[in-house]
Design a binder for this molecule. Structure first.
Ligand code: ADP
Ligand code: ASP
Ligand code: MG
Length: 406
């Protein structure tokens, strides 16, 4: 008998009726003979509310009290699902991260799972008891509760699947699969039957939040068979697979956008060896990730402009770091712009097809959208544009690469 892991996101456990619908899915799997471990999120909106309260109370996401507050939403949903299943005569129990425990590196607000103790879970599963695990949380060596970062229940589900050697990890959400673009923005987006781990990883990290990025990374590393499907309808979803399991490879498989970007430009930076290290070193020391970078050619050989992007939430900290180093770095002005969006075109087929980037630039030109920064990798091209153009850019590219459904 196979172990399967089913994960349900916030909208899928938004109220007691939705939790009853989740119980239906679990019950069906049990009836089919599977041993079922369930991972749940908090009810939709609850974690946002908890984050708002705790930040109003003065705790940042790197603090232990932040984690102890924002992890509570999952305690409610896991307990309620256990109640519903038991009331139907099934065996079930709920688990919090510290009870198993789910061990982590202990970094508050964005901990990484290092190990999941599965002894008790396996014993329960063997006994036919549904194991319901709170997503998004774990424990530090110090004994404090930690959380895994927003959207982290996906990580719990995949890590648990790997630890239990599950036959499948089903991620139930409010869409019936992974689409060629966010269906909330592109009405003509198409559902994909299959997508490679690699493309899914790029899509997630470039803004498609249907799966949390690190969960895809983990699934790829541990070969966890992953499926994204809807908890609202009874239909197959999207399978995340290895490249060799794809029969046909589309040139482009998806378009994403990420509004979580901010642009910083330093003007007239002295053009000499060591300057990039002097700028990006302190940012990295402050744990600020820099994403896209462009450096202009210096006209006079003396000074150049340097532009880069950081996450919106890191902008203020980045500015502070650079202002503190102003004398040492010797730039003339520091210009910031939080109103930008990163639009990306993704596809493993790009490896063997030329002209994908050119088409993107052409579409932007035709729509009068100015490209501020460009970055590419083997299977993606990203451009930074003004945030107001998000919908226009994504929809136009979706049509241009023939992704629109008929
Ligand atoms: P959950 O609460 O179940 O974890 P999320 O809100 O995290 O759900 O993820 C589901 C949402 O992801 C969808 O409602 C959809 O708007 C969004 N999304 C963004 N890009 C995509 C995509 N390419 N395919 C499917 N959904 C996407
Ligand atoms: N409840 C957490 C969040 O909203 C974790 C999750 O839903 O995946 O970020
Ligand atoms: Mg999610």
């Amino acid at each position: 008998m196979a172990i399967i892991v089913q994960k349900f996101g916030g909208t899928s456990v938004a109220d007691l009726d939705r939790i009853r619908a989740v119980a239906d899915k679990v019950q069906a799997a049990v009836a089919a003979g599977d041993k079922v471990a369930v991972v749940l999120s908090a009810m939709a909106g609850v974690t946002n509310q908890l984050v708002a309260w705790v930040s109003e109370a003065g705790a940042g996401p790197d603090s232990s009290e932040y984690d102890s507050v924002v992890s509570t939403g999952e305690q409610v949903t896991t307990g309620l699902l256990a109640c519903v299943l038991k009331s139907r005569g099934l065996k079930a129990r709920s688990w919090l991260g510290w009870q198993l425990p789910i061990r982590t590196d202990g970094v508050h607000g964005r901990a990484r799972i290092t190990e999941i103790e599965t002894g008790a879970l396996k014993a329960g599963l063997k006994d036919g008891e549904v194991q319901i695990v709170a997503g998004f949380q774990g424990i530090a060596k110090s004994g404090r509760i930690v959380t895994l970062g927003r959207g982290g229940s996906d990580i719990t589900a995949v890590a648990l699947s790997a630890a239990l050697d599950a036959a499948r990890c089903d991620i139930y959400t409010d869409v019936d699969g992974v689409y060629t673009s966010d269906p909330r923005v592109v009405a003509k987006a198409r559902k994909l039957d299959k997508i490679t781990y690699e493309e899914m990883l790029e899509m997630a990290s470039l803004g498609a939040k249907v799966l949390q990025t690190r969960s895809v990374e983990l699934a790829m590393k541990h070969d966890v068979p992953l499926q994204v499907l809807s908890s609202f309808v009874d239909a197959p979803g999207t399978l995340v697979v290895n490249e060799e399991d794809m029969l046909e490879q589309e040139m482009v498989s998806g378009i994403t956008y990420s509004r979580d970007e901010a642009k910083v430009t330093l003007t007239r930076v002295p053009d000499r060896p060591g300057v990039a290290a002097a700028i990006f070193g302190p940012l990295s020391d402050a744990e600020i990730n820099v994403d896209m970078i462009v450096q202009n050619v210096s006209e006079d050989g003396k000074a150049t402009d340097l532009t880069f992007t950081v996450a919106k939430g890191d902008l203020a900290a980045a500015i502070k770091v650079l202002e503190n180093k102003r004398d040492e770095l010797g730039f003339a002005h520091l210009v910031q712009d939080p109103n930008v969006v990163k639009i990306s075109v993704i596809g493993v087929g790009m490896r063997s097809h030329a002209g994908v980037a050119q088409k993107m630039f052409q579409v932007m030109a035709e729509k009068g959208i100015n490209i501020q920064v460009i970055s590419t990798s083997e299977i993606k091209i990203s451009v930074l544009v003004a945030e107001d153009y998000t919908e226009l850019a994504v929809r136009s590219l979706h049509s241009a690469y023939n992704l629109d459904q008929e």
